[in-house]
Write a new protein. Structure first.
Length: 158
């Protein structure tokens, strides 16, 4: 199950603000105020609900990215412990002057250290992709919706 966040600029509406068309006030002027207020309340509730759904979807994607990054850091820590253990074995064998033994332990330590370095870089990249953990698209979409509403309100006053 792969959840993808909607493309930027979509928000709770299917079309970006520029493509929603002009606000028509001719039909609204004939409606009584209580009906207009009811319609405003319903539309506002729908908009807020859809923006919350967008934010939830975006946070789910970012949470998964953070989980993968944290797992990579965990892997890096595990291989770092292995490298330390192998280096310890290397020093012990080097003191014992068993050239073949300490050389083998040194090779294992270098390989473990390389694996830990790659895992750490992968973890860092994944965490940076998910940071900051805020629903950026939902925030941008909400700002667009507010601007669109303000512009329509200004047009209806003139």
């Amino acid at each position: 199950m792969s959840e993808q966040a909607p493309p930027p600029g979509r928000g709770a509406f299917n079309d970006p603000p520029a493509q929603r068309g002009p606000a028509t006030t001719s039909g609204l002027q004939d409606k009584p105020l209580p009906e207009l207020l009811k319609q405003l309340s319903e539309q506002t509730a729908t908009l807020v609900r859809k923006e919350m759904e967008l934010a939830k979807a975006e946070m789910t994607v970012k949470g998964k990215q953070l989980g993968v990054g944290a797992g990579a850091f965990g892997g890096a820590g595990m291989f770092g412990v292995f490298a330390f253990a192998a280096l310890t074995a290397c020093f012990i064998l080097a003191l014992d002057l068993a050239v073949a033994g300490w050389l083998a332990a040194l090779i294992v330590a270098v390989v473990y250290a390389a694996i830990a370095g790659v895992a750490a870089l992968l973890g860092k990249r994944k965490v940076q992709q998910a940071s900051p953990p805020v629903p950026e698209r939902a925030i941008d979409s909400t700002k667009e919706d507010v601007e669109w509403t303000k512009s329509r309100a200004k047009q209806s006053r003139t």
